[in-house]
Design a protein around this ligand. Structure first.
Ligand SMILES: [Mg+2]
Length: 322
């Protein structure tokens, strides 16, 4: 097996785990190229000759993984996402075991899910249309305000930074969102309107139940609460019921579709995969890119497509690991 590991090593506090993973992965006769990313890098350079490998491992946090996945969209490759960053929500949403041996094992098994990615565009301050892909979520309003407030200490604090930011801004502004979803128009007042490819937020909470990254659909989410107490409620509910299936989510409304155009009644901050934009926007347009990347999944993942017997056999072989 020929493996390319792209490692953004500088970001994660547990970033040495990928070397352990590499030792577990390799067998006699295998080839493995480890490409270390610096502070800045070029996508094409990072992914050069990716097609020459049987497996491409993306080792980093959400920022690196999202960016590299976007560059790999539509290319027929087996990709393993390895969680090496301070925040690894995309990996968490895949539901695989975050353990180097188990991930190496899953890579050798080679089971993949054809995962969607999202694409979003907006009008920038200079009047030109800007475009970006996203793997997690993008959107306008309070969530982007959070990202902006949390961005400065995110690298150091990871997910706690967002909660701190939420608590420091108790009165987010309410905006009217006009949402055109696959030709249907919906109007809502809220503090944020998001589009999600996979709806995992901080602390393993699924903000919208049953949001899948392999259904070819975007989830459009409106946060309708005008005050921080109301905002904390869904977060609290999330802790009590992480999957959202039993209690539901108060003050969060969700829709699904393939293409959405969102207009806000005033300029709002925006974020793409947790990265805040510099300028505020009056809306955005987003679409789903169905089955854009093939991602390795293990038997723990809700995206594993093998039979129950195969899962059993797989777990048994994992238990034999010393
Ligand atoms: Mg989906």
């Amino acid at each position: 097996m020929r493996t390319l590991i792209i490692h953004a090593g500088a970001t994660g506090y547990d970033s040495d785990a990928v070397f352990q993973f590499q030792r577990y992965l390799l067998e006699a006769g295998d080839e493995c190229l480890l490409r270390q990313l610096g502070e800045t890098w070029d996508d094409a350079e990072a992914l050069a000759c990716a097609e020459d490998f049987d497996l491409v491992v993306l080792s980093g946090g959400d920022y690196e993984v999202s960016r590299l996945l976007a560059a790999l969209a539509g290319r027929d490759l087996s990709i393993c996402v390895f969680p090496s960053g301070p925040v690894n929500l995309f990996f968490a949403s895949l539901g695989c075991a975050a353990e180097p041996f188990a991930l190496a094992h899953a890579c050798r098994e080679g089971r993949t899910v054809a995962a969607d990615l999202g694409e979003i565009s907006w009008i920038g301050a200079d009047g030109r249309r800007e475009r970006s892909s996203f793997s997690l979520m993008a959107g306008t309003g309070f969530d982007a305000e959070l990202m902006r407030a949390g961005a400065s200490n995110r690298r150091a604090m990871g997910q706690m930074a967002y909660f701190m930011a939420a608590l420091s801004n108790p009165q987010p502004p309410v905006v009217r969102f006009t949402i055109e979803l696959d030709g249907k128009t919906i109007e809502r007042d809220g503090i944020a309107c998001l589009v999600a490819n996979t709806a995992m937020i901080q602390g393993d909470i699924e903000i919208v139940p049953d949001c899948r990254l392999d259904d070819g659909l975007l989830d459009v989410i409106v946060l309708e609460t005008p005050d921080a107490v109301g905002l904390l409620k869904p977060v609290l509910f999330g802790f009590l019921d992480p999957s959202g299936k039993n209690l539901g989510r108060p003050q969060i409304e969700g829709f699904q579709g393939r293409h959405v155009r969102v207009r806000a009644s005033e300029r709002v901050p925006m974020q793409v995969d947790g990265e805040p934009l510099e300028d505020e926007v009056l809306g955005f347009e987003a679409r789903i890119m169905p089955s854009a990347v093939n991602l390795i999944v293990d038997t723990l993942s809700p995206y594993f497509s093998g039979t129950e017997a195969e899962s059993e056999a797989d777990r048994a072989s994992l238990l034999r690991h010393p």
